[in-house]
Design a binder for this molecule. Structure first.
Ligand code: MGD
Ligand code: MGD
Ligand code: MO
Length: 753
């Protein structure tokens, strides 16, 4: 009989141990098709493993050997005793403030076995931990958006749906495209993949598309797309010049600005000198093209879309703020098919008309520790305990961390400037990691506990607005000695006297029923009827399509702003923020502003490192997950993640298609292989994230093509402290001479004692 499983990248049908794409999905993908492939299974963590000198001499021993000394496999009771004793020691000596449990990462689609929720719940049950705020995805966006219009969550729920756009949108302006590769996924499980079809329907209905982007291959509508190549990180300057033309040529919707917005009058003087000629110099887009575009936007029903990548950059707050401001000046916010989106493309769920039913999620309990970090400040925290930092107008201090606990994430994939993180990683006495595979982060731990994969356990897959609830039935027995994160934490909680607090007396089956019952009650309050648990489990899939509704963002607000005030300081869309003005931050003024990024093609540093490196999301995986799957490996060249170069940039460096290259800057070097493409503008290089970090301990060279060997670990601004991966200059040279082999997918060494 066919069962189902959900992964972030889609629903799969499971028969025995065979997976196939869900037959109803109009645009399925192969990312997870080989979840049980031998190339992945050989990388599984088989048994609890302890770094040799940590085991022999205790916590804090030779932290500089993390990542290259052998592991000793131990029995589960030994491992659990060691972890419990170490947690107890750190609590007793330093308090829970010394435990970092931020443990950022995507984990699995299943909502119960979601490792990040599990570790947070467990650490709360034993007195709390230092947490993280925000995400790598949206470090700047999550902080700025609530000040100016709404939270990111609200924006996802409210984003105008594709069906409405197909009917009404005449002009779609994409800053950073609508990459189909990214829309393969949704956290909790993508359902029917809709973005490709949604764009095609708009194109067929006659909508015109303009893609403002350093690359051309991130907007596929099946029809013509106008590509305006723009220098990376300069979108705010272009938007300011578009706004300048609207103001200068009297194309503003003053009524909308007065009724629905706060502070336009205080922003307008700033626009006076932001002419198209000014922006042309910065962005590389001709001034007459900018003027014509502004007129085009004012004359049509226009949707402005910004990719999340724009805010993963220095001053990343500004492009989001300015996109909302530009849309407000056009005055089409709240009209069907007009306004703004942040953004179509990053995930499948955005632009969906499926119900907003909040799904099951594991309650995490209360955290008794107040300390936190903005997620991307982890290396700063470890390197500078006690140092001050600013965040969203507040003043805080980095805690002093002695133990790191990670489950469900891969910081040695996701963090910037990984050589710096390697140094910071030496600070704590102990690092515990739950992993399924021998990822770089697992190899860099002291104690690694083997975790099951989704196919080895029962769970519920759900993502709001994806339209389906999925019964994820266990398909195979756990690999070797791997165990569910939940049962690992249950045994640890038992040892630490917190079993009841952690489990509330429930096992996996009881939790699934409990989480489902909570969802059922929520659904009932929204007049959505769900089948009972047994029926759900039996049928495997629940479709919520009967509750679909077209969405127009901020429609009610536009129609009656007084009755539908926003959650901002003024209750209106904030073009000027008195609150941010009060923070008095030099790097985030009170209205959207152009500030030069720390690294960009117009900076003096660009003479030394003349290529702007974009490290975007990989097409053949989710981040670093399943990097060794056949589908992911098929995208590599000479076993390395390829870098896209413009043919002119390649020719100037004597690089041919397929050549091995070194990508380098002052922070590091990584090895990659070149793909020459006219779909990338001159001066820009693109190397996707997610190749497992493969550090050569002798030379410091990264051997596999991980861009975080090169990126800068600097916050977007003192407002958000968000990740700035897309602000990075590099150069590239052909790699002649002996080339080190890729060892990313090798197992660590093991010893008997
Ligand atoms: N240069 C650059 N860097 C970036 C970005 C960028 O654009 N450029 N993007 C950033 C963004 S947006 C993000 S979201 C991050 C993503 O960073 P992460 O979320 O850390 O990346 P993943 O590879 O998804 O890591 C998930 C890990 O969880 C493990 N895992 C999965 N399921 C389970 C489970 O059930 N139990 C346990 N114990 N483990 C499990 C997987 O094996 C995998 O190692 O990367 C960021 N890094
Ligand atoms: N297949 C797959 N899909 C994914 C992920 C994955 O790992 N794999 N990760 C998911 C996650 S966690 C997230 S947060 C989202 C991220 O979603 P995004 O942040 O939107 O994704 P990116 O691929 O980094 O960038 C989108 C596009 O923006 C362009 N771009 C980069 N910098 C600039 C710039 O300064 N200006 C302009 N105009 N364009 C720019 C890039 O070239 C790229 O084509 O993707 C999600 N989707
Ligand atoms: Mo993300």
């Amino acid at each position: 009989m066919t069962h189902y499983t959900a992964a972030h990248w889609g629903i799969y049908e499971v028969e025995g141990t065979q997976l196939r794409a869900w037959s109803q999905d109009p645009d399925p993908n192969d990312i997870g098709l080989h979840a049980l492939a031998p190339s992945l299974q050989r990388l599984r963590v088989r048994r609890p493993s302890v770094r040799q000198s940590w085991l022999q001499h205790g916590p804090g021993t030779a932290p500089e050997l993390r990542g290259w000394e052998p592991f000793v496999e131990v029995d589960w009771p030994v491992a659990l005793d060691l972890v419990a004793a170490e947690l107890a020691r750190v609590k007793a000596v330093h308090g829970n403030r010394a435990i970092f449990g931020g443990s950022y990462g995507w984990s699995s689609a299943g909502r119960f076995h979601h490792a990040q929720s599990q570790v947070h719940r467990f650490l709360n049950s034993i007195g709390g931990y230092v947490r993280h705020n925000d995400s790598y995805s949206l470090g700047a966006g999550r902080v700025i958006m609530p000040h100016i219009v709404m939270s990111m969550e609200q924006s996802w729920d409210q984003t105008t749906s594709f069906d409405v756009m197909a009917q009404h949108t005449q002009l779609f302006i994409a800053f950073g495209g609508v990459p189909a590769k990214n829309a393969q996924i949704s956290a909790g499980g993508a359902g029917l993949h809709r973005v490709k079809l949604g764009l095609a329907a708009m194109a067929q209905a006659g909508c015109r598309f303009i893609n403002i982007s350093p690359v051309a291959d991130n907007l596929d509508t099946g029809g013509p797309v106008d590509w305006l190549p723009i220098r990376p990180n300069t979108d705010t300057a272009l938007m300011l010049a578009l706004a300048h033309v609207l103001w200068r040529d009297n194309l503003l919707n003053r009524d909308f600005l007065t009724r629905c917005c706060h502070g336009y009058d205080r922003f307008e003087p700033y626009l006076h000198d932001k002419t198209p000629a000014w922006a042309a110099d910065i962005t590389g887009i001709p001034a007459d093209r900018i003027t014509a575009l502004a007129h085009d936007m004012a004359a049509h029903r226009t949707m402005i879309n910004v990719a999340w990548s724009l805010q993963r950059a220095a001053h990343g707050e500004q492009p989001f703020w300015m996109a909302v401001t530009l849309a407000a000046m056009l005055g089409q916010i709240g009209l069907p098919g007009g306004g703004f989106a942040v953004g179509y493309g990053p995930t499948n769920r955005i632009g969906s008309s499926h119900t907003r039913l909040p799904g099951p999620s594991l309650p995490q309990g209360n955290n008794a520790v107040r300390d936190f970090i903005p997620v991307a400040r982890i290396a700063d925290m470890l390197l500078n305990p006690g140092a001050a930092f600013q965040y969203n107008g507040g003043h805080h201090v980095y805690p002093d961390i002695d133990l790191i606990y990670w489950a469900g994430g891969n910081p040695f994939h996701h963090h910037q400037d990984l050589s710096r993180l390697l140094k910071a990683w030496q600070k704590p006495s102990t690092i515990v990691v739950h992993e399924q595979y021998w990822t770089p982060t697992a190899k860099l731990a002291d104690i690694v506990l083997p975790a099951t994969i989704s196919l080895e356990r029962n769970d519920i897959g759900y993502a709001s607005t994806e339209g389906h609830i999925v019964a994820m039935r266990k398909a195979v027995e756990p690999f070797a000695e791997s165990r569910d994160d939940y049962s690992i934490f249950t045994d640890l909680a038992e040892r630490l006297g917190a079993r009841e607090a952690f489990t509330e007396g429930r096992d996996e089956a009881a939790w699934l029923r409990h989480l489902y019952a909570t969802t059922e009650r929520r659904a009932a309050s929204m007049n959505i009827t769900l089948p009972d648990f047994a029926t759900f489990w039996d049928q495997g899939l629940i479709s919520l399509a009967a509750y679909d509704q077209p969405v127009t963002m901020l429609e009610a607000y536009r129609n009656d702003p007084a009755a539908n005030t926003l959650n901002t300081a003024s209750g209106k869309i904030e073009i000027f923020s008195d609150r941010i003005a009060g923070f008095a931050l030099p790097d985030c003024p009170a209205h959207p502003s152009w500030m030069e990024p720390t690294e960009w093609l117009g900076a003096p540093a660009a003479t030394t490192y003349p290529l702007h490196l974009l490290s975007d999301q990989p097409a053949r995986r989710l981040h670093s997950q399943l990097d060794a799957s056949p589908h992911s490996l098929a995208g590599k060249i000479h076993g390395r993640e390829p870098i896209y170069l413009n043919p002119d940039d390649a020719a100037a460096r004597n690089i041919a298609d397929g050549d091995l290259v070194e990508v380098f800057n002052a922070r590091g070097t990584c090895l990659s292989a070149a793909i020459l493409s006219t779909a990338i503008m001159q001066g820009v290089a693109r190397l996707a994230t997610g190749a497992w970090f493969d550090h050569d301990w002798q030379t410091g060279v990264e051997k596999h093509g991980n861009p975080n060997a090169l990126t800068a670990d600097i916050g977007a601004s003192s407002l958000s402290q968000g990740c700035t991966a897309q602000t990075c200059l590099v150069d590239v040279r052909r790699a002649d001479g002996p080339i080190p082999a890729v060892t990313a997918h090798a197992l660590p060494a093991f010893r008997q004692t």
